[in-house]
Every structure is written in C-alpha cells, then in structure tokens.
Design a protein. Structure first.
Length: 269
C-alpha cells in the first residue's frame, strides 16, 4: 500500500518526510498533535534536516509549544534542535544529549498543551532511550520504531536489548488493554487500527525468531563438532543465512544486528 501520511483522530497529523529507503520504509513519520480549534501544537520526531520537510511541518503545526523525541536515531532526531529553534521552544527527550532546554522526558510524565495531554511511557529495547507517547483522547499510542506500521523493527545490539524490547511489547499490550488504546501511530509506515492485534503479532514473531535462532545454533554447533567449524565471530552471519534465508539479502545487515541481540538474550538465560 502507498502511505503518504494525513490526519488521524481528533489531534493527529502525520507529515511524511522525504527520506524513504530500505530502513525507513516510506520515510519518517513526523507527528503534529493539536486539539481542534487550538493554535498550539506538539511536534514529535521532526525527522531529517530537509528544509522542505520542516516547512511542511510548519504548515501543519501552527504555534509549536514543544518538540518531543521517541528516540535518538538520526532519521527521527536530526532536525529536532534546528526545528525547535525556529519556534523558540524546547526539545524534550530521554537522552540529555538530544534535549534543548532543561526539561527531559521520563516515564510517567504528562506533557500538557492546553487541553491536549501526551502521556510518556518508557519502552526501551529498539534503543535504550525509546519512548512511546499515549494520546488518551484519541485512544492512540505513538510508538516511534518500537512498533512499525508495516513489517517489524530492528533491535540493534548493543544499544538495542531484546529482553527490554520484549518487556516493552508486553507493557504496551497491557496498557492498550487497560486503557482502551486501539490505534498505533508509528514512526514509519501506515497507522495501525488494531493495536492489540499488532502487538500480538510482534510478540509471536519475536518468539518464533528466537526458536529459529535456537534451532540454527544447534545445527551449526553439530556441524562444528563434525569438523566443519567456523570462526565464532562469523556465527551471527551464519545464523542470518539460515533464519533469514527468505529475506532480501540487502536487509541481512540489519538482520545480523537483530541476531546479535537474540544471541545476547539467549546467553543471559
């Protein structure tokens, strides 16, 4: 399907950045959150430093009160300071290195702009500083790269940690059930209208991949015992070639990062 952004719920406007590639899908979703009738907005993940994109955000955003970051990856954060300086506002993020101003973001914070509330949820795993943002009045959650609108995300070891990621998926699942959150507004790809279904899929997919990695490990160790060994540093790529054989090889580099996270997780168990 073609994804171009647009308006969602009563508060959400997605401005799609022109930075599409194999890792960003259609591009980075910059989210503008604003109550109907209000001139003040919250901008989430201004994305890449592309003047035309920042101008498009301006057209949707009006008076920007604050910029929020879901995490530090450049396709989400590169233009944050530049964009905030346009509007004389701050950048709030979990990682102090990406803030502009004295205010950060932590679990449990509520960012209020007029009657609009954005509730901060810690969801580490894709990165150590990953956050999600709940917009209660739209029963929506902005997930950054924790949950994508299409496909699955990379847990890039060592900053990405699979144990933390699985816990974050479980937490989001519980949160959606408890608070009636129905919609995912992701950092890439289209909006998901079945939040619980998407999280069920993500959890099942990760468990399936772990089972496949365990099986590949057993087979590769059996080969090594029979004299067909290979250097330990080649193990992640060898697993990718088995477990991700059905994936376009152009994505194997990203898959190898996930495999390293999976191996670290299994080693800890």
């Amino acid at each position: 399907m073609t994804w171009t952004g647009g308006s969602f719920g009563s508060t959400g406007q997605c401005v799609l950045a022109p930075n599409a590639d194999i890792m960003t899908l259609d591009g980075t979703n910059t989210w503008v959150l604003r109550n109907p009738g209000s001139s003040r907005s919250v901008v989430v993940d201004p994305g890449p430093s592309i003047t035309a994109h920042l101008d498009a955000i301006d057209a949707a955003a009006g008076d920007v009160s604050v910029v929020l970051l879901t995490h530090h990856h450049a396709d989400h954060s590169e233009a944050a300071r530049e964009y905030a300086e346009r509007h004389g506002c701050g950048v709030r993020a979990l990682d102090p290195a990406y803030r502009l101003g004295s205010e950060g973001l932590v679990e449990g914070d509520v960012v209020a702009v007029g009657d609009l509330e954005v509730h901060v949820v810690a969801t580490p795993g894709h990165t150590a500083d990953s956050l999600s943002f709940v917009v209660p009045q739209d029963h929506a959650v902005l997930t950054g790269d924790t949950v994508l609108g299409r496909g699955t995300t990379v847990v890039a070891h060592p900053d990405g940690q699979l144990g933390a990621y699985l816990s974050s998926l479980e937490r989001l699942h519980n949160l959606c059930g408890e608070q009636g959150i129905t919609t995912v507004w992701p950092g890439h790809g289209p909006v998901i209208d079945d939040a619980l279904g998407a999280l069920d899929f993500y959890l099942a997919h990760r468990r399936q991949r772990l089972d496949q990695v365990r099986e590949a490990l057993r087979d590769l160790h059996a080969v090594a015992r029979e004299g067909g060994g290979f250097p330990h540093e080649d193990l992640p790529r060898a697993i990718v070639e088995v477990v991700y054989a059905d994936v376009d090889p152009v994505l194997w580099g990203a898959a190898e990062m996930s495999v390293r996270a999976q191996l670290a997780y299994l080693t800890e168990r």
